[in-house]
Design a binder for this molecule. Structure first.
Ligand code: ADP
Length: 395
């Protein structure tokens, strides 16, 4: 079974082709992409021609499905066929995710035209949060705002779901790993045995922390849009809503300019004044740049704030997991996230921690009550797997 995962940006199409064997094992056959795309139809043709030339897909009939990691849709979530309803849902929330929803709506439409017989599947980033308790999802806004869709949705769902499944496997809880695998088809199935409590920290170009009980999310740091929660690369993260009217009135900024600055000039870039990339910020901090050091400190403080929130909500945790570019590659930051948490059962082994970069492993000390893991993110593989499951469930 060949599953293509298409990652659509406003002017880009990136793809990965996976081949699944009968036992569910997946091999990455090809990856590539096109920048400065003005015509998705042509980019899709180019992609198919490339896969044909490489001998992977002789014709569209060799393609068993295409998966899309869509962000959020109005009144629609989960892992669903990418049909007209999905396109309408993306369109309905284009104001919340202006950089993501329009390219996906257009791109999916083009794929539908180009590959009429091939099943297309949308895995929403919000899918993992379908079962978050209402009290954790509601904002205290006027009812009309809520009716319009203003609530916490949560993002990075593919990544956190992978962590939920993989951490359960690492902890020997096959029952929970199976529960996670079937989540979007069967919903949360009954569980027996001790509760499994996991805190998943996806720390990368954008970051979020999610609390997970028995493989199902109970809450997350991101809210209405991916502009919330921890400071992001160049996006503000959490901010008192009064800041927007305040800067509009006192700095004379238009709403469009506020939006631009909040999404392009905030976050780690705004804090450090150096870069939106943690590597540059760390180099500057090491060289004595105080703003760069402050950016690191704010990031660590914010991550700990959310880890703390879910430690309380879960009543402790069995595993704390770091994933994505920052979480996988920065032992010093991992040590900072976990500093002085011995009383809460979280103790890092400095030697194991320093040695682990970009690979899976455990970094907690032998006596640590909480296991601390690094689990590399592979969101495209998650999309491919869920696409396959969705196709199987609809046939
Ligand atoms: P995205 O969210 O764009 O997919 P990533 O998950 O790749 O991004 O995370 C990007 C962040 O991870 C950047 O801030 C970058 O500095 C950091 N990062 C990536 N690789 C490394 C590395 N080898 N060492 C240190 N930091 C890294």
């Amino acid at each position: 079974m060949n599953i293509l995962v298409a990652n659509l940006g406003s002017t880009s199409l990136k793809f990965r082709l996976f081949r699944f064997d009968g036992a569910g094992g997946a091999a990455l056959l090809a990856k590539g992409g096109y920048e400065r795309v003005t015509d998705y139809g042509k980019a899709i043709d180019d992609c198919l021609a490339e896969l044909k030339a490489a001998g992977h897909v002789r014709s569209p009939a060799d393609l068993h499905g295409v998966g899309f990691k869509t962000v959020l849709g109005k009144n629609l979530t989960g892992c669903v066929p990418a049909d007209e309803k999905t396109i309408a849902a993306l369109d309905g929330f284009k104001e919340i995710a202006p950089a993501h929803n329009p390219p996906y709506a257009t791109g999916i439409q083009r794929f539908r035209e180009k590959l009429p017989g091939v099943p297309l599947v949308a895995l929403f980033e919000t899918a993992f949060y379908q079962w978050v308790p209402e009290a954790a999802a509601r904002y205290a806004v006027p009812e009309a705002w809520h009716q319009a869709g203003v609530r916490r949705y949560g993002f990075h769902g593919a990544s956190h779901k992978f962590v939920a499944e993989r951490s359960a496997e690492l902890l020997g809880r096959k029952d929970i790993a199976d529960r996670v695998r079937q989540l979007y088809q069967a919903g949360p199935t009954p569980v027996s045995g001790r509760a499994l409590r996991v805190i998943s920290c996806h720390l990368g170009g954008s970051s979020s922390v999610t609390g997970i009980r028995d493989g199902v999310a109970i809450g997350t740091s991101m809210g209405l849009s991916p502009q919330s929660g921890l400071p992001q690369n160049n996006r503000v993260g959490d901010l008192d809503s009064a800041a927007v009217p305040f800067v509009m009135k006192t700095l004379g900024l238009s709403i469009a300019e506020v939006e631009r600055q909040m999404t392009k000039e905030g976050g780690l870039l705004g804090l450090s004044g150096v870069s939106n990339d943690l590597r540059d910020i760390r180099a500057a901090a090491t060289a004595g740049n105080a703003r760069a050091q402050l950016a690191l400190d704010v990031f660590v403080h914010s991550a700990r704030h959310w880890i703390g929130a879910f430690l309380l909500e879960l009543g402790g945790c069995d595993a704390l997991v770091f994933t994505a570019g920052i979480g996988e590659n920065n032992p010093d930051l991992r040590a900072a996230f976990c500093a002085q948490l011995e009383q809460l059962g979280i103790v890092i082994d400095p030697v194991k921690n320093d040695a682990l970069r970009g690979a899976e492993g455990e970094i907690s000390a032998a006596g640590s009550r909480v296991k601390v893991f690094v689990i590399p993110a592979n969101e495209e593989l998650v999309v491919a797997r869920e696409t396959l499951r969705c196709i199987a469930a609809h046939n």
